[in-house]
Design a protein around this ligand. Sequence first.
Ligand SMILES: CC(C)(COP(=O)(O)OP(=O)(O)OC[C@H]1O[C@@H](n2cnc3c(N)ncnc32)[C@H](O)[C@@H]1OP(=O)(O)O)[C@@H](O)C(=O)NCCC(=O)NCCSC(=O)C(=O)O
Length: 419
Amino acid sequence: MTTPGPLPLDGVQVIELGNYIAAPTTGRLLADFGAEVIKIERPHTGDELRNWRLKKGNVSMLYRTINRNKKSVELDLRSELGRRAILDLVAESDVLVENFRPGTLEKWGLGPDVLSEANPDIIVTRISAFGQTGPLSRRPGFAAVAEAFSGFRNLVGDPDRAPVRVGVSIGDSIAGLYAAFGTVMSLFQRLALRDAANATESDSTPPTPQKPTRHVDVALHEAMFSMLESLIPDYGAYGDERIRSGGRMEGIAPSNAYLCGDGGSIVVAGNGDGIFKRYMEAIGRPDLAADQSLQTNAARWDRRDELDSAIEEWSLQRSTDEALGILESAGVPAGPIYSASDIVNEPQFIERDMIQYLEVSTGVETLQDVGFPGIVPVIGDKSLPIRALGPDLGADTDEILAQRLGMSADEIRTVTKRA
Ligand SMILES: CC(C)(COP(=O)(O)OP(=O)(O)OC[C@H]1O[C@@H](n2cnc3c(N)ncnc32)[C@H](O)[C@@H]1OP(=O)(O)O)[C@@H](O)C(=O)NCCC(=O)NCCSC(=O)C(=O)O
């Protein structure tokens, strides 16, 4: 484990009641930047993510990645002792983040009002499929359902085929990011109010009249809805009912992926008016560069099939590297389509420490030098080091429950359901 210098969230204490990807992503982001994140896991099984895409042993690389830099405590949230332990932890924490189905925490006597009673300053960040209010709030949901409901899924894939899922749980990750953002805003506001209160003690300015709510409510469908740019205004203003447009960028052309002669593909984004001219010159089509009827994206979009054919006719005559070299020299934004094996060998990732090689346990054996993704965003000139990978189940149970909360061995056995 490497110890970096001071981190932005050093001293912030977070309790994560997170399962799968959404809330654990929030916990990961806060942990990456220095918060102490205590992940509460169901006794015996823990977060189900431990088994997702598991190919060896009993702890997946997915779990080790999403839960890095955290502590793991096994604790039964349904037990009265477990509930009290959470309230004791809440009393000394800054943030609680969760992604149970709305109503579950309340059912267990751990609703936001109870948490705020235990600590009036606690920030409660909740992630759910459809939000904590509204007619669908009680529905369970995974990201795929929320992505479709948000309007996002309808925009992914080819127009003449059923919409497809993007290859990762994007809805969870975006929701996790929003939840981290909401949490950090609330932390900032809390600090600002404390500063203001301290200042008013020494002068005659009246204190801030109202305490703001510290409940952050992130819905997976709204997180994805917020990614849809002007989908709704385009509908309202122009009557557009947008659907998916394959590898293209709706209304902007030419921007697409093209096959090369060696079987590889490249992505070229000729999105700007000036870039378009350079691009057409570079592919040996000065006639298209000079064509006055192709000066705007709207006009080019109308002739997108013709433009894409001209570009692919050119790219098919060249290898991927050759095509990219020509486009780079012409200042046209273009790039390869990478897979994992390409990424780990790419100097741009390597130089910024975006792949970090660590020893990792599968739960059964130890693997050496496995690459893990670095910490985003970069603060400085390269990724912060990963301090620790996702913990073994209950690795920190004793430290937190016995040493910090003073629970007895018997009590710990009860909340961890261990004989
Ligand atoms: C993911 C869900 C659909 C799962 O639904 P359910 O299992 O029906 O519901 P609940 O949330 O109410 O979870 C209750 C279950 O939590 C279990 N549980 C978990 N941790 C504990 C602890 N520490 N103690 C006791 N019980 C625990 C408990 O056994 C219950 O299992 P039972 O014994 O079964 O009752 C829902 O949690 C949900 O809608 N969450 C909000 C949206 C979200 O985050 N979705 C997942 C995105 S992740 C994703 O990875 C993806 O989409 O991809």
